[in-house]
Design a protein around this ligand. Structure first.
Ligand code: FES
Length: 176
C-alpha cells in the first residue's frame, strides 16, 4: 500500500542500492586487474640473474694467482620470452692463499671496465687511471673505494659467482 509520498523513498533506496552494487562490482573487477597491470609493467624475471650465483667455470681454470676474466651469463625471462645465455656482467677471479676471490670489472669510480696489467700486477682503469692491488685495494687514482668483491661458491669442482651491482662514486658498497 505504499503510494504517493511512500513510493518516493522506496525508489530512492533502490537507487542507492543499485549504486552500491555497481560500485562493488567495479571494485571486484579491479582486484584481478591490479596484479595484471603490475605484470605488464614489471614482467617477472626481467632482472634474472642479478644477485644470483651464476656459473663461472671449472675450479681448475682458476689455479694460480693470475686473475682470469670471466663473463657471467643467465637466461633472461620476461612475461613473454625466454632468451638463453644473456651476458649480465663480468668479473676478475684469482686464487689468493688457496681461496678464490672475485672482483667486479666495474670501476667503483664511474663504471668503466677495469683491466689487469700483468706486468705491473695491478688492476687498472683506463678512464681516470685508478689502480688497484691484487687484493682490490686502491693504489692510485680517484676511485672512492676498493674493487667490489663478489661472493664465490665452489661445488663439485665448479665455481659460481654472485653478481651484484654497486653504486658508483661513493665510498661504501651500496647494492643498486
Ligand atoms: S671510471 Fe675508473 S677511474 Fe674513473
Amino acid at each position: 500500500m505504499s503510494s504517493g509520498s511512500g513510493g518516493e523513498p522506496d525508489a530512492g533506496r533502490r537507487g542507492v542500492l543499485k549504486l552500491g552494487i555497481g560500485a562493488l562490482g567495479l571494485g571486484l573487477a579491479a582486484v584481478p586487474a591490479v596484479p595484471a597491470i603490475g605484470y605488464l609493467l614489471f614482467p617477472t624475471g626481467s632482472k634474472a640473474g642479478e644477485g644470483a650465483f651464476l656459473p663461472a667455470g671449472k675450479r681448475s681454470a682458476f689455479a694460480g694467482a693470475v686473475p682470469v676474466r670471466v663473463d657471467l651469463y643467465a637466461d633472461k625471462v620476461d612475461a613473454w620470452n625466454k632468451t638463453p645465455d644473456v651476458k649480465l656482467g663480468s668479473c676478475w677471479v684469482l686464487e689468493r692463499d688457496g681461496a678464490l676471490q672475485a672482483f667486479s670489472t666495474v670501476c667503483p669510480h664511474l663504471g668503466c671496465a677495469v683491466d689487469f696489467d700483468a706486468e705491473a700486477q695491478k688492476f687498472k682503469c683506463p678512464c681516470h687511471r685508478s689502480a688497484f692491488g691484487l687484493d682490490g685495494s686502491v693504489e692510485a687514482g680517484p676511485s672512492p673505494r676498493p674493487l667490489d668483491s663478489l661472493e664465490v661458491k665452489e661445488e663439485n669442482g665448479l665455481v659460481a659467482i654472485r653478481l651484484v651491482r654497486y653504486r658508483q662514486g661513493v665510498a661504501q658498497k651500496e647494492p643498486v
